[in-house]
Design a protein around this ligand. Structure first.
Ligand code: IPM
Ligand code: MG
Length: 363
């Protein structure tokens, strides 16, 4: 297969982890006989520095014309001032919108080797295998917002807004994916308070009737937050709005031991998808070769699976990650006694070396 992959190195530690994921994709193409072409483009703070815009038109166009987009993270403390009009995060939101990737798949799977790396008790998380489907191009992150003066004081507002088609298409993705898993969907909302959540619940419930083979429940987001750390293994597919999904997946990453372990892939009605770790740009660790590249490497595996439909290759990457963990190598975020501490580049190299190795041995 020939594929064009756009890489967006982004800000902070992001270029370091993207570089490791690219090494992995190179290895996959070599071992499996594919031709991947890579092209770098600017986004976030790096793009603001160079062009004044968080998502230059050229970047969006390159991404739209590619077969898959691999992003690290955006965000730079130099642009944290809330009074700034152009912010790195706007680039990410505009890219998601521009690619139409409305369904963000965030799988939370525990590598058994990390059972004790989590701060949550092993017996609680041992059997966790869940998938959060986060709505990604609507809701309060895209609704109308502004500043105003109300009764003489400064005020601000954001709007949570969903249309029925926006809810339907993402909930459908959740049901379709549940059919290939344990056939259970939990729709998360705050329907006891929010009108947009009442519409969400009504719509999800109606769609559930099309999937009689899939078990369905609706749950309030506060209860879901509690159950995620108390009974996480009862969840299969969770589908929820943009902000709830953002918050719940950071929480859920603690099941997997670290934010550095959690990949994500955003898909829409058309190619390409957008693949990125759920973690941020961790500016304070920039250039130190200490952060965990696994979330980005696993995001590259999702790119292979969902954008290029190369399931075996995706699996090979995930297996290589499992092997390296089983051999006891750990980056700082998942370090435990008795394991071998490695840096970002070393972790990438170890994973690369284990892709295709089995095949060679069998020959
Ligand atoms: C994420 C991140 C982003 C989001 C930020 C950086 C805008 O937190 O991908 O979860 O909120 O979507
Ligand atoms: Mg987030």
């Amino acid at each position: 297969m020939e594929a064009r992959i756009v890489t967006l190195p982004g800000d902070g530690i992001s270029p370091e982890v993207v570089a490791e994921a690219v090494k992995v994709l190179h290895r996959v193409s070599g071992v499996h006989g594919h031709t991947f072409e890579f092209e770098d483009a600017l986004i976030g703070g790096a793009a603001i520095d160079a062009t004044g815009e968080a998502l230059p038109a050229e970047t969006l166009k390159l991404c739209q014309e590619s077969d898959g987009v691999l992003l690290g993270a955006v965000g730079d403390p130099r642009y944290d001032d809330p009074r700034l009009l152009v912010r790195p995060e706007q680039g990410l939101l505009a890219l998601r919108k521009g690619l139409g990737v409305f369904a963000n798949l965030r799988p939370v799977k525990l590598y058994q080797q990390l059972l004790h790396a989590s701060t949550i008790k092993p017996e609680v998380i041992a059997d966790v295998d869940l998938l959060v489907v986060r709505e990604l191009t609507g809701g309060i992150y895209f609704g109308e917002r502004g500043r105003e003066r109300t009764e003489g004081v400064r005020a601000a507002y954001d709007t949570m807004f969903y249309t029925v088609p926006e809810i339907e298409r993402v909930v459908r993705v959740a049901f379709d994916l549940a059919r290939g898993r344990r056939k259970k969907v939990t729709s998360v909302d705050k329907a006891n308070v929010l009108e947009s959540s009442r519409l969400w619940r009504e719509t999800a419930g109606r769609l559930a009737e099309d999937y009689p083979d899939v078990e369905f429940e609706s749950m309030y987001v506060d209860i879901a937050a509690m159950r995620l750390v108390r009974y996480p293994s009862v969840f299969d597919v969770i589908v929820t709005g943009n902000m709830f999904g953002d918050i719940l997946t950071d929480e859920a990453s603690m099941i997997a031991g670290s934010m550095g372990m959690l990949p994500s892939g955003a898909i829409g009605a058309h190619k390409p998808g957008l693949f990125e770790p759920i973690h941020g740009s961790a500016p304070k660790y920039t250039g130190q070769n200490v952060v965990n590249p696994i979330a980005t490497i696993l995001s590259a595996a999702m790119l292979l699976r969902y954008s290029l439909e190369l399931e075996d290759e995706a699996q090979a990457v995930e297996d290589a990650v499992g092997t390296v963990l089983a051999e006891g190598y750990r980056t700082r975020d998942i370090r435990e006694e008795g394991t071998t501490l490695v840096g970002t580049r070393e972790m990438g190299d170890l994973i690369v070396e284990r892709i295709g190795r089995k095949m060679t041995n069998d020959q």
